[in-house]
Design a protein around this ligand. Structure first.
Ligand SMILES: Nc1nc2c(ncn2[C@@H]2O[C@H](COP(=O)(O)OP(=O)(O)OP(=O)(O)O)[C@@H](O)[C@H]2O)c(=O)[nH]1
Ligand SMILES: [Mg+2]
Length: 440
């Protein structure tokens, strides 16, 4: 799902991430990619325009805080705005007097019947007593489909064949629910290929007859631009209280979800993620946003980095770099901070581009390396840590003995350190290279 969008945004920010500092031009360049990616994912152009404008306004001139690189900061803002655009997580409203009527509406083949059964199961787990209603009388097979699902899943189904009108069937179902203490009544209505007047008036009649707590539009996540128009039309005629996006397990483009929510203001309530009856998920905007961005858990990492590294330390380090007095002692300090962020494989896993690597490097290896490096530096005298050049053959042997490592290990550490020192000196004109840069 959202593959194109993910890749595009990743590409845009990869480029930004390689730069040390962001100016207005950089922000604009990155946002141009964001705009193209969103448009290509079939997000409505007005939605894209507003979104990009908001991110731009917040990005340009935003204070560069703590250990975040400007690119990371833009990503954070894009993510936050995406979450805001997707809306707060909400479930169905069951606050009124039961039985609660829930109408499922939508175009043909969008997944209404399947979703009706999924939703009934979902609500039964929350100790509700659901009653399914076969209110799609256009095809006899539609009634049978629901009846079969009901039998398979041990769910009660109210059906009256195809001769009775859907509004009447639904009214009867509500009466039955009151009598038999069902708490939710889920109505599976007919779908058509396109929105038409006949369909809409039938849905209006059902709505007037049962006064539903929820009218949920079931929409196929694979639909592109049309999704917005469809959602708007259903909303104007029947009045929607929520959206359910189905087929999110496919390689759907993200446009439908974003656009329908943004244009109608109707909240997304559930996601259908498969054909099986258990494949219904509550909607969490943060999860969806980070999935759209493809940032893995980068944001979690950023948060942790923010906790661990503070501004003061960063400035102190900057000064050391400027004066080229970054020592093994400082290196040890930084290593310890990285360790505070979690096991190495987890840290790697959270960095986009390196998450593949994390699987290849066994956790023990990387964590063991950290332990070894720590042991070696701890076996050095303060003078040695400050001036590694003085470490000759006999000192190397002593350090290896003291830390339970080999002279080879010590050599490797010293040459790694020289490389880091060199890299840092080169970068010392810009911001402090945070430790994350070592893994990029
Ligand atoms: N992969 C996947 N398939 C789904 C999902 N939801 C529904 N489907 C499939 O989509 C097809 C149509 O689903 P239905 O529930 O019959 O759709 P409908 O809206 O009731 O269709 P009509 O009654 O003809 O209007 C079926 O093959 C379902 O198995 C989903 O979340 N993921
Ligand atoms: Mg159906």
């Amino acid at each position: 799902m959202f593959e194109t969008l993910t890749e595009k945004l990743q590409g845009a920010f990869d480029r930004l991430a390689r730069k040390g500092r962001l100016d207005e031009k950089d922000v604009d360049e990155g946002l141009r990619e964001v705009r193209i990616a969103l448009l290509e994912a079939d997000v409505n152009f007005r939605v894209v325009k507003d979104f990009v404008a908001k991110v731009r306004e917040r990005s340009v001139g935003a204070e560069v805080t703590r250990s975040l690189t400007p690119a990371q900061q833009v990503i954070t803002i894009v993510n936050e705005e995406l979450i805001a655009l997707l809306g707060k997580p909400t479930s169905v409203d069951l606050s009124g007097q039961p039985p609660h009527a829930i109408m499922l509406v939508g175009l043909q083949g969008s997944g209404k019947t399947t979703t009706a059964a999924k939703l009934a199961l979902y609500l039964r787990k929350q100790r509700q007593r659901p009653l399914l209603v076969a209110a799609d009388t256009r095809r006899p097979a539609a009634v049978t489909q629901l009846e079969i699902l009901g039998k398979e899943l041990d769910l009660a189904v109210h059906s009256e064949g195809t001769a009775v009108s859907p509004p009447e069937i639904c009214s009867h179902a509500m009466r039955k629910a009151r009598e038999a203490a069902y708490t939710v009544v889920i109505m599976d209505t007919q779908g058509r290929l396109h929105v038409d007047d006949e369909l809409m008036s039938e849905l209006e009649q059902i709505r007037n007859a049962v006064k539903p707590a929820e009218v949920l539009l079931v929409a196929d996540a694979m639909t592109g631009q049309d999704a917005v128009t469809v959602a708007q039309e259903f909303n104007e005629r029947v009045g929607l209280t929520g959206l359910i996006l189905t087929k999110m397990d496919g390689d759907a483009r993200g446009g439908a979800a974003l656009s329908m929510r943004a244009v109608t203001g109707v909240p997304i309530k559930f996601l259908g993620v498969g054909e099986k009856s258990g494949d219904l998920e509550g909607f969490f905007p943060d999860r969806l946003a980070s999935r759209i961005l493809g940032m893995g858990d980068l944001l979690t990492l950023i948060e942790r980095a923010e906790e661990v590294f503070d501004q003061e330390q960063a400035l102190e380090m900057q000064e050391k770099l400027r004066t080229a007095t970054f020592t093994l002692e400082d290196f040890l300090d930084q290593l310890r901070q990285v360790k505070k962020m979690g096991p190495m494989s987890q840290v790697l896993d959270m960095i986009p581009g390196l998450s593949g690597l994390a699987g290849q490097i066994p956790q023990e290896v990387t964590d063991k390396q950290l332990v070894m490096i720590e042991a070696m530096i701890s076996s050095m005298t303060i003078a040695e840590r400050e001036n590694p050049r003085t470490i000759g053959g006999s000192r190397k042997r002593r350090i290896a003995r003291g830390s339970g490592t080999s002279v080879q290990d010590v050599n490797q550490l010293l040459s790694q350190f020289r490389q880091i020192q060199k890299m840092m000196k080169q970068m010392s004109k810009g911001r402090v290279p945070d430790l994350l840069s070592m893994f990029r």
